[in-house]
Design a protein around this ligand. Sequence first.
Ligand code: CIZ
Ligand code: SF4
Length: 303
Amino acid sequence: MKKNKIIQDIEKLKKEKNAIILAHSYQIPEVQEVADIVGDSLALSKAATEVDNEVIVFCGVNFMAESAKILSPNKKVLLPIKSAGCPMADMVSAKRLRQYKKNNPDTTIVCYVNSSASVKAESDICCTSSNALKVVESIDSDKILFVPDRNLGNYVKNNVKNKQVELWPGFCPTHNNISLREALKIKEEHPEAEILVHPECSEKVIELADFVGSTSQIIKYANESNSKEFLIGTEMGVLHILRKQNPNKEFDLLYHNLLCPDMKKTRLEDVLNALMYEQHEINVEEDIRQRALIALNKMLEIS
Ligand code: CIZ
Ligand code: SF4
């Protein structure tokens, strides 16, 4: 089917089904263009609670659609690609976390939103890459376990005072695998560029950065900066928004392979099929949903 025809059919079905399309900023440009809202996972889940559409097509990965369902239990949440997951979220399970809690009953569990609903349900409070520091600082207890991202956890650990932060050994392969050697070479080739990176990157890469932040913080920083050139250390999907919003600025990647394979699985045809066949519906068991919601709401109260 031709691209224009697919887009027309998507628009038509969207109206018929009273649906909204949300796309993460790591999705391919065509999918971002067809979406009603583009953003990071939490911003999208929060947006989903504020609209009155009955159906939410969440173009992203499983944990993001689950978060939308946790916050909007009465809406039908669809994930166009059933197998779109997150290898980092899969590096911790509720079972292993329960075992840890049994052995460490005094530890407060802080979980990054990039985690499954059942891991959130075992956690005391959630955080995002924008508010992780604020969330950890707000905790009374000084013993904290940060799951699952050891890089974001380490970034928090290095910037928080008087807290003992244990790190779970998870990581995002996309951000963690940036080669320092290649990044240094690219930096040398672009001496004027500002380096903006996501805290899911390794400590060595974070040390190269002029700015460390979530995708929305990176976009805001680039929009407001007077620099003309930037090197980006996060998934390449954000280049689409950065270039669109800043046609006179130049954006390159800090590493050639900043690509999340799961985020790139969703194509326009999949968005159309999701609407047409109302697939693949994401459900979260009510007991897990309620406990995960407590951890999410605690974070929302703080930030
Ligand atoms: O790395 C990811 O998947 C991110 C940054 C997700 C998010 O929270 O938007
Ligand atoms: Fe998971 Fe990393 Fe992909 Fe985000 S970019 S979905 S953290 S693997």
